[in-house]
Ligand binder design. Structure first.
Ligand code: ATP
Ligand code: MG
Length: 394
């Protein structure tokens, strides 16, 4: 099972298991950081109004403090959100685009709802805390000094649930406001009819022609030139020239073999998708993290589609994104292969500006799947391919 990416996912997927994860602590950190910040601002403003300075100076200083707090709160909200939401929105991965909505959301958090975060955390923990401390209360009866701590110890883990639930609500609102619809994955328009099958047939024909025709001739030529060098007097001008021709023929053979491999990746046929993806990632100039969790070999058509998606997406990242990190992950769930390729680059990928992404959408559609793309200006970019993979092939 994949690890949850949000506190809500962790809470709903396994309510009991939730207690054994770091998510309750992350939720508590999320609420306390917001609550303490907001309370600090209120206390600061209150302190200024009590200070022995003139009314004008009080209003000026309080105003400056609130403006500063609101300016800091926007970016802070983004960072805090990463504590409880590691989802596709990209929260926690670099700074968000500076938009008025970030500042607005920060202002509402500090001025209006920050204290609620603190209240939820304090009440949830305060009740079991109070019960745990019963033995130290002078008015406590003997039975209360035993029953109180027992009830407190039992209630303490329960506190994780209101804290987690409130953090989930706040995170959902934060995500919706800070990462609005332009960050959602959108399906790239594709057409099954765009000659994918014809392309595939032609590709195979060219591959066979090269393999059986030109490659065999080049092998024969290389061998003949090698033998000719042996027959010529060593060190003679003729031997040197034939030797050079031999070296050139060998280079041409290597290039042709690479060309054939590119058309029909041998590593994919022989060793499957994970090895082929590692091979592509190894050649990508941008460091790529791989997270491939696949149940053995998949049907050949699925592996091939996934291979070309990975190759084009990583090529695009190297060419256009300006990213310094990228990630390829693949999972097979409920008969669907989900392949995600993400980068932390500049975003704004647009299928209308090239042929690569549209070609991929066609290829995936021909395999019965769909392609989704999220690439807001400023990044990050996530390309997702969902391809039916009904059962591993032998
Ligand atoms: N990962 C990415 N990050 C940023 N921009 C991207 C990314 N991928 C694609 N783009 C942008 O989207 C455009 C379309 O990409 P697409 O792959 O369709 O075409 P291309 O790479 O320019 O050319 P080709 O047809 O050779 O693939 C690119 O020109 C580029 O501007
Ligand atoms: Mg491209």
């Amino acid at each position: 099972m994949t690890t949850p990416r949000t506190v809500l996912e962790a809470l709903t997927r396994s309510p009991l298991g939730f207690l054994r994860t770091a998510w309750p602590w992350r939720a508590l950190g999320y609420l306390l950081s917001g609550g303490v910040f907001a309370t600090g601002v209120y206390l600061g403003v209150g302190g200024l109004f009590a200070a022995p300075i003139g009314t004008f100076a009080r209003v000026l200083c309080a105003g400056a403090l609130v403006v500063f707090a609101v300016a800091v709160a926007g970016p802070l909200e983004h960072r805090r959100l990463a504590l409880v939401d590691r989802g596709d929105s990209g929260s926690g991965r670099g700074d968000p685009p500076q938009r008025p909505r970030t500042t607005g959301y920060g202002a509402v958090s500090v001025l209006a709802v920050g204290w609620m975060d603190l209240a939820v955390a304090l009440v949830s923990l305060g009740i079991p805390g109070f019960l745990l401390l019963t033995p130290f209360q002078p008015t406590a009866l003997p039975w209360q000094t035993v029953a109180g701590p027992v009830a407190g110890a039992l209630l303490l883990p329960v506190a994780a649930y209101p804290i987690g639930a409130w953090a989930a609500v706040r995170a959902a609102v934060g995500r919706a406001v800070l990462f609005p619809k332009d960050r959602e994955l959108r399906e790239v328009v594709r057409s099954r009819a765009r000659l994918v099958d014809a392309f595939e047939t032609e590709r195979r024909r060219i591959e066979r022609d090269l393999h059986d025709g030109a490659q065999q001739r080049l092998v024969a030529l290389t061998m003949k030139l090698g033998l000719a060098t042996l027959d010529l007097p060593p060190g003679s001008a003729a031997a040197r020239q034939v030797g050079e021709a031999h070296a050139l023929a060998k280079e041409a053979l290597t290039e042709l073999r690479e060309l054939i491999r590119g058309i029909h990746p041998q590593i994919l046929t022989e060793r499957g998708l994970p090895a082929a993806a590692r091979d592509i990632a190894g050649r990508c100039p941008i460091p790529a993290d791989l997270d491939l969790d696949l149940p053995g070999r998949l049907p050949a058509a699925v592996e091939q589609t996934a291979y070309y998606v990975t190759a084009e997406a990583l090529t695009n990242i190297a060419r256009h994104s300006g990213a310094d990190r990228c990630r390829v992950s693949a999972r097979c769930r409920d008969g669907v292969l989900r392949l995600d390729i993400e980068d932390n680059g500049s975003g704004d990928a647009d299928p209308a500006r090239g042929t690569g992404l549209v070609g991929l959408a066609d290829r995936i559609a021909a395999a019965g799947g769909r392609m989704l793309l999220s690439s807001p200006p400023g990044g990050p970019t996530l390309l997702r391919a969902e391809i039916p993979c009904a059962g591993p092939s032998s």
